[in-house]
Design a protein around this ligand. Structure first.
Ligand code: ZN
Length: 408
């Protein structure tokens, strides 16, 4: 009797502590937000047309990532997609490039393995719309792109054409996704092919643009800072590009999004170390250095796209930092931060809610911090160690008392 009570009181906490990280991950992967709700009267009467979840920079690990990091980051992203799908039920998921960390240097087998792991993460979105665009880590920067790399990517995502572009209309909203790295090559043949593609989309948009996207200015009212009406732009397409549009620096963004990081995070540019969070206001952290055609499109290409496509909204990625800015043309560009723990402690994604009048709301949603999960892992390790030592000691004492009992 004493033995079975001991086994139960010992094994139960041992089992719970062993599986705790996976149980906790399910609850911790719960996204921080719900769909944007505006309180103004206009919003109450405007019907929601389409709800999109937007993520960027998954950086699914390749052969250079330690297997343990690969395993836990994959598990985290899969759990985050699952919880987001269960809670938010988006109509579509947009993945704005850098699906892989090592795609541009992968062998065919390594690339196929990344795609298999990505499809495993997407299992909850099976049957829903999801659209992936290429990033520089997938096919290379403009000077690295080869036909093989491009074909490897487009073969994996058949909705893209052979240049890695796409045009589709969903619930009367037009989406144009462009291979930003091919566009970044200002004077090469690839750039000319991209211009031909953009001109084709321009004509398609003129033919497809529905009349009900337009509304009178009197009908437009903006109630809070996240709400963007079609006063901000024409009712053009939503432009999807991995590289952000040209920017002098981050001062154009509404607020500076400095990544919070630990020593193990791979962050380009400055970041706030976890232990130095109190210094956030000191302002001595470096701003991101945007290299033309590598980290952003050139001014010429940016102006060309804005004038040819007249997008209502531009969604970009790559910087691993959130940025929302209103361009001189009235178009808003929103850059989504990274979805993985590889690049910062506090990954996030976007919720974009389109209304039938052509306006939209955007909200940034944060995922659980890696440092919180690391602390829980440490706690679990200590608990397991204590339980094993305590259990071993109790076993030894029980055996000893049994031996004495038998002798007597
Ligand atoms: Zn990138």
């Amino acid at each position: 009797m004493q033995k079975s009570v001991f086994r139960l009181s010992y094994l139960l906490p041992l089992l719970i502590s062993a599986f705790a990280p996976w149980i906790l991950l399910y609850f911790l992967a719960n996204p921080s937000c719900m769909w944007p709700i505006s309180n103004d009267e206009i919003s109450k009467t405007h019907d929601v047309n389409l709800r999109a979840m937007v993520v960027g920079d998954l950086h699914i690990g390749g052969p250079t990532t330690v297997w343990f990091d690969r395993m836990r980051r994959d598990a985290f992203m899969k759990a985050s997609f699952k919880r987001a799908f269960e809670k938010l039920r988006p109509d579509m998921l947009l993945i704005l490039g850098d699906l892989s960390d090592w795609g541009r240097k992968s062998s065919k087998e390594e690339w196929n393995s990344v795609i298999l792991r990505f499809k495993d993460m997407m299992i909850y979105f099976k049957g829903s719309q999801y659209h992936v665009i290429p990033g520089n880590h997938d096919i290379g920067d403009y000077y690295q792109i080869t036909d093989t790399l491009l074909q490897q990517f487009t073969d994996s995502f058949p909705s893209l054409d052979e240049m890695g572009n796409s045009f589709f209309v969903l619930r009367n909203i037009s989406f144009v996704s462009l291979n930003a790295m091919a566009l970044a090559c200002d004077h090469c043949s690839m750039h000319n092919s991209m211009k031909v593609a953009v001109e084709g989309y321009k004509i398609a948009l003129q033919q497809a643009e529905p009349d009900d996207m337009y509304m009178s200015i009197e009908e437009n009212q903006s109630a809070d800072r996240h709400r963007h009406s079609i006063q901000d732009s024409s009712a053009g397409p939503v432009l999807l590009t991995h590289l952000p549009l040209y920017r002098e620096d981050e001062s154009v963004c509404g607020s500076l999004d400095i990544p919070i990081c630990a020593p193990w995070h791979e962050v380009e540019g400055g970041c706030i170390h976890l232990l130095e969070l109190s210094k956030k206001s000191s302002g001595h952290y470096k701003r991101q250095n945007y290299r033309k055609n590598i980290d952003m499109l050139s001014l010429n290409t940016t102006n060309y796209l804005l004038s040819a496509l007249k997008p209502r909204l531009v969604l970009s990625a790559h910087a691993h930092r959130f940025c929302s800015r209103l361009l001189d043309t009235g178009t808003r560009e929103v850059t989504v931060s990274t979805f993985t723990w590889r690049n910062r402690d506090d990954p996030s994604f976007l919720l974009v809610q389109f209304y039938k009048d052509g306006s939209y709301d955007i909200q940034q949603c944060f995922l659980v911090r890696e440092s919180v999960v690391v602390l829980l892992h440490l706690f679990q390790g200590i608990l397991l160690f204590v339980l094993l030592v305590f259990g071993g000691h109790r076993c030894w004492k029980l055996r000893k008392s049994n031996k004495l009992h038998l002798k007597s």
